[in-house]
Design a protein around this ligand. Structure first.
Ligand code: HEM
Length: 500
């Protein structure tokens, strides 16, 4: 997510001297334990000119799957190994938090899932994860296909990145709170405010000095004033939607009494609901327990987390297809075979296997975010990884860790021709016997999954993270991308008309 993909440059600024000193001290007191890791020395020049994750990749090839990156007095541990990623994200997940990412997002998302404290997170995660049940996905699928079929010109030149951004915003608006932004066709103050907020989240994640924390900055600095205004516009809109949802709650009060039976009720009713949004569900199930502020934070988090990410995958998928016309033809042949000129159905998703794999392969090559950020809350011992010290590495509390999803997804140890666009690769079971402790690609680990995931790949492929903090909207996003790509390829060939 744009909101999650924080540029590592930012990290430098977010430490104060005390922080640095205490980290160094812990390092020393712990016997300099992370010192035994291979060390990559980063010159400040690496922070400019090209994205940091390219340098992280070069250092990964040079120093191995777990290394320490030192910029002056500050050190980060960079992880490019599935066994270590699995340890941090799943096996020892609650020994880590989201560190500076939570700081940056808190002013926007409040106590939404991403920045929330552990207690709030536990409570809200359970409720929100349940909201993404299968009937919800099917209802949303039907909603996506409600409009007329395409009836425009045969050939059209478009900035697809911008188009996908609008499309993803409209879809997330309907899916999360049944609000039609209509951004594909119009501009509105709310849309402007959403883009303004996303822009500010990006700015904050890439700017060295957190000047917005300076007292009065929000009133004096024009861009910070604008940010506050944008937040106000979105919050007013969300508050109105929450009010409406709560006022109309009584019509579905039976959820309160039959919570254990919610799944059954959904099966029966969901597809017929006029408003099947997450907000509706969140208000109807346990809605009375939750205050409006928390609901607003939940909605805002999903709006921000689910928008740019999805737009980025679609953009990269089309970019890759335009460069690989044979794969595009193969995908179109599948669409013709499965659908002809008809519209996709929820059931036909199962048959659109190649389209699904294209989405997944785009996520592998261009994961968004390219890094997952964590900080250890207590001392821990990281496994050495397949190319590291067998004894593993002790790390002190307060260690900043980057799990480089980009490196994992392009690791030559786990993928053949890792930089090539090869959707078919997920059809081949793959187990590198030389890699102890890694289970290889094995679909039987996640029976029934329509899309390859971190479980099937034993953490070598984790576009949605993994473990308890895994993305809640993964299936929604995958379905959305598959439908959008199917409809696009059913109507068009795609070509790049400008290639720099
Ligand atoms: C978390 C990626 C779409 C809501 C995450 C994480 C990743 C991710 C990697 C985990 C971050 C971490 O561990 O630090 C993506 C991608 C998407 C996508 C690549 C699209 C292709 C969505 C959608 C929604 C959503 C559509 C909601 C409708 C969230 C939320 C979290 C999250 C709420 C935080 C979960 C938690 O901490 O419990 N996403 N996401 N995402 N995502 Fe997504």
């Amino acid at each position: 997510c744009r909101c999650q993909s924080i540029n590592t440059d930012k990290r430098k600024s977010n430490r104060n001297l005390l922080d640095n000193a205490s980290n160094l001290l812990t390092d020393l007191l712990s016997g300099g334990s992370i010192g035994s890791m291979p060390i990559a020395e980063g010159a400040v020049s690496h922070l400019f000119g090209r994205p940091l994750f390219f340098s992280l990749y070069d250092w990964f090839l040079e120093h191995g799957a777990v290394y320490k990156l030192a910029f002056g007095p500050k050190a980060f541990v960079v992880v490019s190994d599935p066994i270590v990623a699995r340890h941090i994200l799943r096996e020892n997940a609650f020994s880590y938090d989201k560190a500076v990412l939570a700081d940056i997002l808190e002013p926007i998302m409040g106590k939404g899932l991403i920045p929330a404290d552990l207690d709030t997170w536990k409570q809200r995660r359970r409720v929100i994860a349940r909201a993404f049940h299968n009937s919800y996905l099917e209802a949303m699928f039907n909603k996506l296909l409600e409009g007329e079929g395409y009836d425009g010109p045969n050939s059209i030149e478009l900035d697809l990145e911008a188009e996908f951004s609008s499309l993803a915003l409209d879809i997330i608006g309907i899916g999360v709170f049944n609000y039609d932004f209509g951004s594909v066709t119009k501009e509105s103050p709310v849309i402007k405010a959403v883009y303004g907020t996303l822009f500010e989240a990006e700015h904050r994640s890439t700017f060295y000095i957190p000047y917005w924390k300076i007292p009065l900055a929000r009133w004096i600095i024009p861009r910070q004033r604008k940010f506050q205004d944008d937040l106000k516009v979105i919050n007013t809109c969300l508050d109105g939607l929450i009010r409406n949802a709560k006022e109309s709650r009584q019509i579905r009060y039976y959820f309160d009494f039959m919570e254990t039976d919610v799944e059954k009720l959904q099966q029966r009713d969901y597809l017929n609901l006029k408003d099947a949004s997450l907000l509706r569900f969140l208000v109807d199930v346990r809605g009375a327990d939750v205050d409006d502020r928390q609901l607003r934070d939940d909605l805002m988090t999903m709006l921000i987390a689910g928008h740019e990410t999805t737009a980025a995958v679609l953009t990269w998928a089309v970019f890759l297809l335009a460069q690989n016309p044979n794969k595009m033809k193969k995908a179109q042949a599948e669409v013709d075979l499965v659908l002809g000129t008809g519209r996709p159905t929820f059931e036909s998703l199962k048959e659109l296997q190649y389209i699904r794999l294209i989405v997944v392969e785009a996520l592998r090559l261009y994961s968004q975010p390219p890094l997952l950020i964590r900080r250890s809350l207590k001392s821990d011992v990281l496994p050495g990884g397949h190319k590291g010290d067998k004894d593993g590495y002790a790390i002190p509390a307060g260690t900043d860790v980057f799990i480089s999803v980009y490196n994992l997804h392009r690791s030559p140890y786990f993928w053949d021709r890792p930089h090539d666009f090869e959707p078919e690769r997920f059809l081949v079971q793959n187990k590198n016997e030389e890699i102890e402790g890694w289970g290889g690609l094995d679909p039987s680990r996640s029976p029934g999954a329509l899309y390859p995931n971190e479980v099937i790949s034993d953490f070598a492929f984790l576009p949605f993270g993994g473990g308890p903090r895994k993305c809640v909207g993964d299936q929604f996003a995958l379905m959305e991308c598959t439908v959008a790509l199917t409809l696009l390829l059913q109507n068009f060939d795609v070509e790049l008309n400008r290639w720099n």
